[in-house]
Ligand binder design. Structure first.
Ligand code: AMP
Length: 185
C-alpha cells in the first residue's frame, strides 16, 4: 500500500494548523507546515520580505524544500502547500504514483476567516503578518485569486481524492469530526 499524503488546503484562519496537529497526534503522520518554515526565515532576507508583505513566495523557491520533506517520509500531512496551480500540478505530477494523495479543502466563508484571524490576534498568536489589516487583506486576496484555481483544479484532478468540507462550525470538535469522517473512507 502507498503511504498517505494529506494536503490541507483553505484560506487564512480556517484551522489548517489545528486540524493538522490533531491528526498528527492521533495518527502519527509526519507534518510539514510550509508557512512555519518560511516565517522562521530572517525578516531581512529576500523571502522574509516577501512574506512580511503578505505575498506568496515564488514556486521555484519551494520545490526543493518541499521535496526534501516528502521524500522517504511515509504518511505525511502538508499544511499550506500547495497554494498555487503550479504547486498543485507539481505535487500531483511528481507524487501521485508514490503516495495516496488526499486533498482536504477546509471550506469557510471569508467572514469566518476574518473572525478567526481576529481571535488569533486576541489570543496572542503573535504572528506579525496577522497584525496589519492591509496584509491580512492581501493574503485573503491571494487565497481567492491564486489558491482557489489550484483547489478547483485539484477537485477533478485524476489520481487523487478530493474532499470539500464545511468547517464553519463554532466548535472545533464538530469540524474535526467532518474531516475525520471524510478521511475514514
Ligand atoms: P502561512 O503561515 O501558511 O499563512 O504562511 C505564511 C506565509 O508564507 C504566506 O503568507 C506566504 O508568504 C508564505 N507561504 C506559505 N506557504 C506558501 C506556499 N505554498 N507558496 C507560497 N508562499 C507560501
Amino acid at each position: 500500500m502507498k503511504p498517505k499524503m494529506i494536503l490541507l488546503m483553505g484560506g487564512q484562519g480556517v484551522g489548517k494548523g489545528t486540524h493538522a496537529r490533531t491528526l498528527v497526534a492521533r495518527d502519527g503522520y509526519a507534518y510539514f507546515e510550509t508557512g512555519a518554515v518560511l516565517r522562521a526565515l530572517p525578516p531581512e532576507s529576500n523571502l522574509g520580505q516577501i512574506i512580511a508583505r503578505g505575498e506568496l513566495v515564488p514556486d521555484a523557491e519551494l520545490f526543493d524544500v518541499v521535496a526534501s520533506q516528502i521524500d522517504g517520509a511515509g504518511d505525511i500531512i502538508l499544511d499550506g502547500f500547495p497554494r498555487t496551480l503550479g504547486q498543485a500540478q507539481w505535487i500531483v505530477q511528481n507524487y501521485s504514483d508514490k503516495f495516496d494523495i488526499r486533498v482536504i479543502y477546509l471550506n469557510v466563508p471569508e467572514s469566518v476567516m476574518l473572525a478567526r484571524i481576529e481571535n488569533r490576534i486576541r489570543e496572542g498568536g503573535g504572528r506579525a503578518d496577522d497584525a496589519d489589516a492591509a496584509i491580512v487583506r492581501r493574503r485573503l486576496d491571494s487565497f481567492w485569486k491564486t489558491t482557489m484555481p489550484a483547489i478547483e483544479w485539484l477537485r477533478t484532478a485524476p489520481g487523487i481524492r478530493f474532499s470539500d468540507i464545511d468547517v464553519s462550525a463554532d466548535e472545533f470538535k464538530d469540524n474535526f469530526a467532518r474531516v475525520s469522517a471524510a478521511l475514514s473512507h
